[in-house]
Structures are given as structure tokens and as C-alpha cells.
Ligand binder design. Structure first.
Ligand SMILES: [Cu+2]
Length: 337
């Protein structure tokens, strides 16, 4: 009798133990990878912008700002990120400079953008790379005939863009790639106005989590816009050779730790003068499997390269076109020991 009781007890506890140690349900993993709707609230505003807020040449202080220092402040337009339902404006990292908010998605996701025009002329948001219907192109042209093609001051328009397979990293790409977006009523004027930002699409399965679309195989990500802003109808002193809207080392905040994997998203915009060669001192990058320390950019190039930081120091990061070096298309970046 006693023996039977023991067997019975063992059976009961054994069953409970088995149930408690069943493997975690398999569809947890599917849930983590299920496509999401990434919702953003973005406004456009007229602002005052300073290409050299420190007032000095931070690369070579003795040399000053040259003709570009006569005035470094101009009226610009910019995109700003807001929290849900435009409750409050969100700050962004200093190193993004004049760039608009970084919009992110994972392959398969939908990007939903509530765009509010707080400026004084019609504006839009037009994306590169992602998939959209004509209604969500955000470009004004004859026969476009769409609501999103011209968002009037005070109006709000919702754009829907899809990060489908054709918008996502291809077989030779990194685990994430960059696209640009910009205003496209009078796109030439509006890009020079400063109405430009970046979209980063992460390959399916490479996102950090359902809530965090950033790629899990890199530690730091930076975006740099190389563009000569034409502020005074081609007058030399008004040709601001800027990285993220800053000249002569005024772009700051590119700081990484030793051993970080660093992803650089490079975008160029502009016209014939905008052939740029992004160059890092101190460290090389992999550009689609090609080892280099210079990446060539033409107007509207969008390139993604990755670097393994290992060399502590504060280094130059600049455009290597000689005329552009003279004009201050230079910044620094730091690898902490
Ligand atoms: Cu350049």
C-alpha cells in the first residue's frame, strides 16, 4: 500500500514537472518577426539655421571661416519629429544636424507618417526606395492629382509607405540600408531649404526586437548628408559645403567605443558640384565587401557601409574633394579607448 502511494506521488509530481518545463511556445518567435506598422508624426517648420554655431573653424581655428564666415546664419525649413498625435516635439541627436527625423522599418513593415505642414508654403514628404501608391508619392507634377502632392500650410496628410522586399536589403547589402526622403513640391528649392531626412530599412529577422527595428549586428549608426547648400545664388561665401548642415568641424557627436561595429549611412544631394568622397581617418570600412576608406557619392547617392572600430583617437572625417576641403566640408569622429 505504502509502495503504491509512492508511485502515485512520483507520477503526479512528474506530470506537473513535465508541464512546467514544456518548451516555450514556438509562435513567440513568429510574433517577434510579425510585420509592424511604424507610425510617425512629422512637422515641417521655417527656422533659423547656423552652419557654424560655435562661430569658429573647429578643424583649424587659426584659419578662420574664410568667406563662408561672413554670415553663417540663414532661414531654412526643417522636418521635426513629434510624439503620438503631435503631443510634443521630440529632440534628436546633435550629430543629425539639419537632417529630418530618422524613419525606420523592418522588411515587411508599413510606415505610416502623419505629416503636418507648420510652414508658410505647400510642402510634402516624398520617399526613395519604399513602395507607395500615387496618392502617397508626395510629389507635385502635372496629372499627379493627389491629395498628398501638395500639403498646404496648416494641413495634415497621412502618407503610407511599405518596406516591401524591393525596399529592403538585397543579397549584397548590409543588414540595413538607407533611403532619403525630401519635400517634392518644388524639390530643388526644398532640398536646399533643408527638407530632407533618412529612412533606414532593416532586413527581416535582423531587427533587435519587435519594438526596436534597429539592426542587431551593429552598435552605432550614423547618417551623414553631404551637400553644398546654395544660399546666395552661387556666390562663394554662400556655398555652404556642409555635412549635415555644418561646416569646418561644427558637426559633432560622432563618438563610438573601441570594438563597436559602426554603420554609416551616407547620402549626397545637390547638383554638379556635389560629387563627394567621404573619407575617414584612422579606420577603414567595408562597402559591399570592398575594403576602402573613401566612399564615392554623386547627387542623391545613398550608401551604407560598416566599420569595426578598433583605433582609439579623435579623427578627421571629411570630403576628400580638394575644393570642398578648402570650403570646410570637414568633421571629426572619435573612438573611445
Ligand atoms: Cu565634397
Amino acid at each position: 500500500m505504502l509502495k503504491h502511494k509512492w508511485i502515485y506521488t512520483l507520477f503526479v509530481y512528474g506530470t506537473i514537472f513535465s508541464i512546467c518545463t514544456l518548451p516555450v511556445q514556438a509562435d513567440d518567435d513568429d510574433d517577434e518577426n510579425r510585420p509592424q506598422v511604424r507610425e510617425y508624426w512629422v512637422s515641417a517648420k521655417k527656422v533659423n539655421w547656423d552652419y557654424a554655431p560655435s562661430g569658429i573653424n573647429k578643424i583649424k581655428p587659426d584659419e578662420g571661416l574664410g568667406p563662408w564666415g561672413a554670415t553663417t546664419q540663414y532661414t531654412k525649413y526643417r522636418y521635426f519629429a513629434h510624439s503620438k498625435n503631435f503631443a510634443r516635439e521630440l529632440p534628436q541627436a546633435q550629430h543629425r544636424g539639419i537632417l529630418g527625423p530618422e524613419l525606420r522599418a523592418v522588411e515587411g513593415d508599413t510606415i505610416k507618417i502623419h505629416f503636418r505642414n507648420d510652414a508658410d508654403k505647400p510642402l510634402t514628404m516624398h520617399p526613395h526606395g519604399v513602395r507607395y501608391t500615387p496618392q502617397h508619392d508626395g510629389a507635385d507634377y502635372a496629372l499627379s492629382g493627389q491629395a498628398g502632392a501638395k500639403v498646404l500650410p496648416g494641413q495634415t496628410h497621412t502618407y503610407i509607405w511599405h518596406a516591401d522586399k524591393d525596399a529592403s536589403p538585397g543579397p549584397n547589402d548590409e543588414s540595413s540600408i538607407v533611403w532619403a526622403y525630401h519635400s517634392h513640391v518644388d524639390s530643388v528649392t526644398e532640398i536646399y531649404d533643408g527638407l530632407i531626412g533618412t529612412i533606414v530599412i532593416t532586413k527581416a529577422g535582423m531587427q533587435r526586437s519587435k519594438y526596436d527595428p534597429r539592426p542587431k549586428d551593429v552598435d552605432k549608426e550614423f547618417s551623414t548628408l553631404f551637400m553644398v547648400f546654395n544660399e546666395e545664388d552661387g556666390e562663394e561665401g554662400g556655398l555652404m559645403h556642409a555635412m549635415n548642415g555644418y561646416i569646418f568641424g561644427n558637426l559633432e557627436g560622432y563618438v563610438v567605443n573601441k570594438h563597436d561595429r559602426v554603420r554609416w549611412y551616407l547620402v549626397a544631394m545637390g547638383t554638379e558640384v556635389d560629387l563627394h568622397t567621404a573619407h575617414w581617418h584612422g579606420q577603414t570600412v567595408l562597402d559591399q565587401g570592398r575594403r576602402t576608406d573613401v566612399v564615392e557619392l554623386l547627387p542623391t547617392s545613398m550608401k551604407t557601409v560598416t566599420m569595426k572600430a578598433s583605433n582609439p583617437g579623435t579623427w578627421l572625417y571629411h570630403c576628400h574633394v580638394t575644393d570642398h576641403i578648402t570650403a570646410g566640408m570637414m568633421a571629426r569622429w572619435t573612438v573611445l579607448p
